[in-house]
Design a protein around this ligand. Structure first.
Ligand code: PLP
Length: 433
């Protein structure tokens, strides 16, 4: 079959292919990526640009990495997939053991699935089924705080922010969950009154609550907001006091992004259930994991239906599992804290000029994550053009221009990303004026 030329790719794309959160047919022409290596994407007709997005948090080691390539090739030569019902294999077992060892103490059991949203579905199912199994079937709602994002399938949509989020269309159709107020902004800010609010709302609804689910420390696609790790301790205490399970969604924050291996580590809190995804495979393949404590697993096992009735076709995919283990080895085999700190320092310096711009509301950095919040909805076309013009791929949303570069991004490229974020902010502000 002959290769498609650029025009054919774009025409067929527009005619047939949905893109994330996109209309059909598409309105804005996407860029065509030809290949990717290190921190660079090769864009047809443009050339190389630095990836400021790590392909949505996932490509922490960059692209086309020799070690991850080798792990994939090696596993491909053995088997790329076998079903997981009645069968098991070393890649999945090795990965599960690794995750149990690395995540907060007490998480012992691992359910592997194929995407972050599914791992959240499984987490919610675990919570509801736990209470059903121990004779409290009326505990079937979830509580979360506002400003969250947990994915795009049904249960995750129900715990995304109901107003500012992407799923407000479905109010009244989705299961009605319980929402606490937005956590006060800032990693270093702590407000006792908010911790009390959490205790209060969890206590008031405890009779009907199966679990509390939050993104620890960083709320990602719900608004790129940071909050104090101390609220995680408040949640742990309130959940223990009122008999409610606690779920941490670390799909975005896991594997070092915020400066701790897991955001839960900032607070030394163990949740009852934890979701991992995104950078789990270093951005190579789709895989997610839901971990839980023996208490949750034992509770489910005591029920009338003693099994967790969930079994994705591609559960435990050996190729993804082998690359995930290699990615974790690669991360832990280096001084990753120093690398993340280096990027944090670089981003602080490089994004500082944005704070001077008239239409910038806030600039914030935590770990290898930098955010510039505007006082208006980003003009996507102007911002993207300015960023690509500055040699960087960025994908703003709402009023946010943000970057979470691969951990291998060199200092010069971090500075380049910073200049591109500032250029994008300026272009968006000027396009609006
Ligand atoms: C991306 C994300 C999800 C959904 O993961 P998918 O793999 O896109 O289904 C869930 N929770 C959080 C916090 C995320 O960032």
């Amino acid at each position: 079959m002959r290769d498609l030329d650029l025009r054919e790719i774009l025409d067929l794309d527009r005619a047939h292919v949905w893109h994330p959160y996109g209309p059909m047919p598409g309105r804005q022409e996407p860029l065509v990526v030809e290949e990717a290596s290190g921190v660079r994407l090769r864009i047809a007709g443009v050339g190389d640009v630095v990836d400021g997005m790590s392909s949505w948090w996932s490509a922490i080691h960059g692209y086309n990495h020799p070690v991850l390539n080798e792990a994939a090739r090696d596993q491909l030569g053995r088997m790329s997939h076998v079903m997981f019902g009645g069968l098991t294999h070393e890649p999945a077992v090795r990965l599960a053991k690794r995750l149990v060892d690395l995540t907060p103490a007490g998480l012992e059991h691992v359910f592997l699935s194929d995407s972050g949203s599914v791992s959240v579905e499984v987490a919610v199912k675990m919570c509801l089924q736990y209470w059903r199994s121990v004779g409290r079937p009326e505990k079937q709602r979830m509580l979360t705080w506002r400003g969250g994002y947990h994915g795009d399938t049904w249960q995750p949509m129900a715990v995304c922010d109901p107003q500012g989020g992407m799923h407000s269309l479905w109010q009244g159709v989705l299961p009605q969950q319980v929402f606490a107020d937005l956590p006060p902004a800032g990693f270093d800010a702590y407000d006792d009154a908010y911790a009390e609010h959490l205790h209060d709302v969890i206590g008031r609804h405890a009779h009907e609550l199966a679990g509390v689910i939050v993104e620890p420390v960083v709320q990602g696609a719900g608004g790129m907001r940071f909050h104090s790790p101390r609220y995680l301790r408040a949640l742990r205490e309130a959940c223990d006091a009122h008999g409610v399970l606690l779920v941490f969604d670390e799909i975005a924050t896991g594997f070092g992004r915020t400066g701790a291996l897991f955001a839960a580590d900032h607070a030394a809190v163990t949740p009852d259930v934890m979701c991992l995804g995104k950078s789990l495979t270093g951005g190579y393949l789709t895989m997610a994991a839901t971990l839980c404590t023996p208490r949750v697993a034992d509770g489910i096992a005591r029920g009338e239906v003693p099994v967790l009735a969930h079994g994705p076709t591609f559960m435990g995919n050996p190729l993804a599992a082998a690359v995930a283990s290699a990615s974790i080895d690669l991360l832990l085999g280096q001084d990753w804290q120093t690398e993340v700190k280096r990027i944090e320092t670089g981003l602080r310096a490089a994004l500082a000029p944005a704070a001077e711009l008239p239409y910038v509301r806030d600039v914030r950095v935590l770990g290898a994550l930098g955010v510039v919040q505007l006082d208006h909805q980003v003009d996507m076309e102007a911002a993207t053009r300015a960023a690509v013009g500055a040699g960087v791929w960025l994908r703003p949303f709402r009023d946010l221009i943000y970057t979470m570069p691969p951990f291998i991004t060199g200092d010069d490229d971090v500075a380049r990303i910073g200049r591109a974020v500032c250029a994008a902010a300026r272009a968006s502000g000027e396009a609006r004026a």
